[in-house]
Design a protein around this ligand. Structure first.
Ligand code: CA2
Length: 151
C-alpha cells in the first residue's frame, strides 16, 4: 500500500481556534481524521504532518521525493500556508525532490487580499485545490490517488 503525505505549514496548528469565517471550525486533528477516511477509501496509508518551520517542510519534501522514487509514496498534498506567497525555497525543494504534489488552500486565495494571489508553489505543483474548505483535503487525496493509479 502506498502512502499519501499531507503537509501543513505555518499557523495551521491554529485551525478551528480563530477566523472560523475564513477557515471553518474544524481543527487540524479533525482534518487528519478526514484525511484518514479519504485515504482508506482510496487504498492509501496516511502520513499527516504540520510544521511552523520552512526548513523542516523542505526536509520532509526531500524525504518524500526519495520515497516516491522508491515506490512507497503516491505523492504529497501541501498546504504551505503563508509560505505559499513567499518561499522560493519551497518551490526549489518541490522541483529538486521531483515529487508529485498537489497545492491546497482551504480558502479561495484568489478572492482574498492581493498578496495571496501569487503562489511560488503553483509552478512546481501537479495540481491546485483552493476554496473547498477543509473538504478540499479529501478531494486532493482523491485526486492524488487518481494520478497515481494512472501511472
Ligand atoms: O487558505 C489556506 O489554506 C491558506 O493556505 C491558509 C494560510 C494563508 O496564509 C494562505 O494565504 C491561505 C494561513 C494559515 C493559518 O491558518 C489559521 C487558521 C486559524 C487561525 C489563524 C490562522
Amino acid at each position: 500500500m502506498k502512502t499519501a503525505l499531507v503537509l501543513n505549514g505555518p499557523n495551521l496548528n491554529l485551525l478551528g481556534t480563530r477566523e472560523p469565517a475564513v477557515y471553518g471550525s474544524a481543527t487540524l486533528a479533525d482534518v487528519e481524521q478526514l484525511c484518514l477516511r479519504a485515504c482508506a477509501a482510496h487504498g492509501l496509508a496516511l502520513d499527516f504532518r504540520q510544521s511552523n518551520h520552512e526548513g523542516e517542510l523542505i526536509d520532509w519534501l526531500h524525504q518524500a521525493g526519495r520515497a516516491e522514487a522508491a515506490g512507497s509514496l503516491a505523492g504529497v498534498v501541501l498546504n504551505a500556508g503563508a509560505y505559499t506567497h513567499t518561499s522560493v525555497a519551497l518551490h526549489d525543494a518541490i522541483k529538486g525532490a521531483g515529487v508529485t504534489l498537489i497545492e491546497l488552500h482551504i480558502s479561495n486565495v484568489h478572492a482574498r487580499e492581493a498578496f495571496r494571489h501569487h503562489s511560488y508553489i503553483s509552478p512546481a505543483a501537479k495540481a491546485v485545490m483552493a476554496g473547498f474548505g477543509v473538504a478540499g483535503y479529501g478531494l486532493a487525496i482523491a485526486g492524488l490517488a487518481q494520478i497515481d493509479s494512472a501511472r
